[in-house]
Design a binder for this molecule. Structure first.
Ligand SMILES: [Zn+2]
Length: 240
């Protein structure tokens, strides 16, 4: 596998002489209920990126382990970059890769709070990085990948720290899952026009879970979502 962290600059230079594709996993360090490790989003993005890298030979950049998680700051251990900081970090990272010759970058995002900053950074780098092409993948917003979650776990299993994510973690890092700490109840996502921020997130979702009881998760469902996500990302990389 081509992990940038394990390659020398000379190996990167040799790679760039024959290929200009890159996979950039984008994660977060934030609460995921009482039962999942804070690195859940990073680990998910990393697993998809590594799988796609292995399938295609495309270089995988180190995972960006911090994201925009301001709404979750009531929960111990959560780290939040301001949106402007995340935009700046993504701009600098993408410009660095561009400078060396990477021209096609697939960003595998693991956290919904990162999406607006990623979209903004993409618009900004596009202004002056001629020829830079960006794709992005999120397993929970991709209809094809998410269909696997619904087929295996039922409807309404998606949101934060709920069965979809728990299944994913059971498949890739079971030691960071503590199903015994669950209370066996749903935390329905409340549709509201009030924006969800740090001022109300913890009141609405006191233990940090949004959605159905995560106890419905199975490792088989997680493995299936991972496999489908890797398949989609590899397909996108090959189509470039
Ligand atoms: Zn998550």
């Amino acid at each position: 596998m081509n992990l940038l962290a394990e390659m020398s600059w000379l190996q990167v230079k040799e790679y760039l002489a024959r290929d200009d594709r890159l996979i950039l996993p984008l994660g977060s360090t934030e609460e995921h209920g009482p039962h999942l490790g804070l690195g859940t989003d990073s680990l998910e993005a990393d697993a998809i990126a590594r799988g796609a890298g292995e399938a295609t030979g495309v270089v995988v950049a180190p995972t960006l382990n911090y994201g925009m998680a301001l709404a979750l700051m009531e929960f111990a251990g959560t780290v939040a970059l301001r949106p402007t900081t995340l935009i700046a970090v993504l701009e600098d990272v993408l410009r660095s890769f561009y400078r060396h010759g990477f021209r096609r970058v697939l960003v595998v995002n693991g956290h919904g709070g990162n999406t607006p900053a990623l979209a903004s950074a993409a618009q900004l780098v596009a202004q002056d990085c001629a020829g830079l092409r960006l794709k992005h993948f999120e397993w929970w917003t991709d209809a094809e990948a998410y269909r696997v979650v619904i087929e295996m776990l039922g409807e309404q299993t998606g949101s934060h720290a709920s069965p979809g994510e728990t299944a994913f973690m059971l498949a890739i890092c079971p030691r960071a899952v503590r199903l015994d700490l669950l209370r066996g109840r749903d935390a329905p996502v409340q549709p509201s026009r009030e924006m969800t921020t740090v001022q109300n997130f913890a009141q609405k979702y006191p233990d940090g879970i949004m959605g159905r009881d995560p106890g419905y998760a199975t490792p088989e469902a997680g493995a299936a979502v991972l496999a489908k996500s890797v398949e989609i990302c590899a397909r996108e990389l090959r189509a470039w």
